[in-house]
Design a protein around this ligand. Structure first.
Ligand SMILES: *[C@@H]1O[C@H](CO)[C@@H](O)[C@H](O)[C@H]1NC(C)=O
Ligand SMILES: *[C@@H]1O[C@H](CO)[C@@H](O)[C@H](O)[C@H]1NC(C)=O
Length: 586
């Protein structure tokens, strides 16, 4: 790292930092000095922070105690700031990849993706698989054979969503769910199948959208009670439009952490999105509802967003796919990938070709994947997660001969704080004009605390955070010169319990929060692609994931790796406590 001076750290230039396994770089554990708060305590804390003079003093001590001052605000950083991590495309030399042109239509891209999958019966439905999740191709087959229709599936979905919202379950999957709009789309899709003219395998397949992505005819609430009043949703976001053009049925706007300003998914306005594996647990977030509907079997795919609400996505927000199987992630990826129109080009450089992995002919053992692992960071999680993830990495080595390369990725905690500064500053700036116009009482208490903290960040802190961003991108580039991907657990803790006192006020739990985002920052802050695959369960039966972070533009390799990993883990997958069998025969 560098030398601790009185006020801030003086960082060594990147080139002088040793990234090898025996580096003397210090692994700083997140040492969050903020107790969990909910109920009245959050309210009092929020009032204090909002009070002009006392609030300022309190914020100063919060930032100081949490090392933001020392590690970022007053640090001396030799690098220039990097504001937008755009990555020039350098061509792919990957094997087993089909490259398609970006200007192909979404249904044509979907045809290409399906062609990359194995046979029409592509998942080995061998007796070892105790729990099977229906895939997009299962829906397409059921519709084509006349076994069921999109209208029948829409009816079923509507009943299941009503059931999941009942007093008994209160899953709070959706913020808005328009039955009439869903039935209308389903009728049109059913007619296409009757005419023998489905648009693509996605025709009639239910897909849910996180409620921060514009999607007609719904308002975009961003999980708030106010955004829809001050900002109108006028047309589909590009990703929604592409899915729709493939015939997918858009089935509502999923619940999320208010404003994406937290990661528990406990939303005081719309209820906490509950975890299908145990409904007394959080789902994590902020794309909580999207994850939950997929886990509960209601849709094979949902869209989420990483890094805060879309209208405030200057340099951080990124749409992502939550899918029940790797094959469905590939199909959804093919449908939405491609150039954005010029007004949306902030985060991506030109992408000349989209790579789709040829899973049907994949020979995972021949690919010699090198996985970079930073042991101290990898192990900074609960025992159950550490054991499960380490065993899985060992299985990949055994089964496919993939190699683990031990590395050091320096300043992980500094990156987390810099990311927090960045996302907070951007959020604060972009909601500033709205906040003037609205009644504070409409904002959840935990978000009010967040907004006070975000509003306290200064320009020199933001700039220093962007210097750290530059450092980190250089560190990651160096790691990628010795390995194909970085491997980590997905989160540091499994889903924790939703406490009653959090239901009305939301909660502040920065300790669990830091553990939930521990491995998530590089993807979001540096614009690197990443994928996570469920690999096991903790002692209470809650899912554990393993994550791979890739080089820029390596989506295809990541899907390939995910597929290899799914093949290793699928026989152990368990059915959640709340699960809806959408294609079950009557
Ligand atoms: C769900 O979690 C609660 C709270 O931790 C626990 O009491 C309960 O046994 C769990 N349910 C199942 C089905 O594991
Ligand atoms: C950023 O937000 C704008 C406005 O909501 C949206 O159109 C655009 O797609 C977003 N960009 C990304 C990369 O998510």
């Amino acid at each position: 790292m560098g030398v601790f001076k009185d006020k801030g750290v003086v960082y060594k230039p990147v080139d002088e930092v040793d990234l090898g396994p025996d580096s003397d770089e210090f692994y700083l554990r997140a040492n969050v000095k903020a107790p969990r708060m909910a109920g009245l305590l959050v309210k009092v804390f929020s009032w204090l922070l909002e009070s002009p003079i006392f609030g300022g003093i309190l914020l100063f001590f919060l930032k100081r105690n949490n090392l933001i001052h020392k590690l970022v605000s007053f640090a001396d950083i030799p690098e220039q700031p990097l504001f937008v991590p755009s990555h020039p495309y350098q061509g792919t030399e990957e094997k087993e990849v089909k490259c398609v042109e970006t200007d192909m239509s979404p249904p044509q891209k979907v045809v290409q993706a399906v062609d990359c999958l194995q046979s029409p019966d592509y998942l080995p439905k061998s007796p070892q698989i105790s729990f099977y999740r229906w895939t997009i191709l299962d829906y397409a087959r059921a519709y084509t054979s006349g076994e069921t229709t999109p209208t029948m599936i829409a009816d079923r979905l509507i009943n299941y969503v009503r059931e999941s919202s009942s007093k008994k379950l209160q899953m709070s999957f959706f913020i808005n769910f328009y039955e009439e709009d869903i039935l209308k789309q389903a009728t049109e899709s059913t007619l296409r199948y009757e005419r023998g003219e489905p648009i693509s395998v996605l025709d009639g397949v239910p897909i849910a959208i996180k409620d921060e992505i514009d999607c007609m005819p719904y308002p975009t609430t961003g999980g708030t009670k106010w955004m829809q009043k001050v900002r109108q949703c006028k047309k589909d976001a590009c990703c929604v439009n592409r899915l729709r053009s493939c015939g997918a049925i858009i089935v509502g706007k999923t619940n999320m952490h208010e404003l994406g300003a937290g990661i528990s998914g406990i939303n005081p306005h719309y209820g906490p999105a509950r975890n299908p594996y145990n409904k007394s647990k959080i789902t994590g977030g902020s794309s909580s509802g999207s994850a939950a509907v997929v886990a509960a079997g209601l849709c094979p795919v949902a869209l989420g967003v990483d890094g805060g609400v879309l209208p405030i996505n200057f340099t951080i927000g990124m749409v992502g796919i939550l899918a029940a199987t790797v094959e469905d992630a590939l199909i959804a990826y093919a449908a939405i990938a491609g150039d954005l129109s010029s007004d949306q080009s902030g985060l991506t450089a030109n992408q000349p070709k989209i790579g789709l992995p040829l899973l049907k002919s994949a020979n995972y053992a021949s690919s010699e994947i090198k996985m970079a692992r930073y042991g101290k960071w990898f192990d900074d999680c609960t025992d159950d997660i550490r054991v499960c993830c380490s065993n899985t990495v060992a299985k990949l080595s055994e089964k496919y001969g993939w190699k683990t390369v031990e590395v050091t990725i320096p300043e992980i905690e500094v990156m987390r704080l810099s990311h927090y500064l960045t996302i907070g500053s951007e959020c604060s700036n972009s909601v500033a004009n709205y906040l003037d116009k609205l009644d504070k009482a409409e904002v959840g208490w935990d978000v009010r605390v967040g907004l006070s903290v975000f509003g306290s960040f200064h320009s020199h802190e933001y700039l220093n955070a962007q210097k750290i961003r530059n450092r980190q991108l250089q560190f990651h580039q160096k790691i990628f010169s010795v390995a194909d991907v970085i491997v980590t657990p997905t989160v540091g803790v499994t889903a924790y319990t939703i406490e009653d006192d959090a239901l009305q006020t939301g909660e502040l739990d920065y300790i669990n929060g830091a553990a939930l985002v521990r491995y998530q920052i590089a993807g979001n802050f540096l614009g690197l692609p990443a994928v996570t695959v469920p690999v096991g369960y903790d002692k209470s039966g809650l899912p554990i994931g393993l994550q791979f972070i890739g080089k820029p533009w390596s989506e295809s390799l990541l899907i390939y790796i995910a597929s290899a990993l799914q093949a290793v883990c699928i026989s152990g997958y368990k059915k959640p406590e709340v699960f809806y069998d959408m294609l079950a025969k009557e």
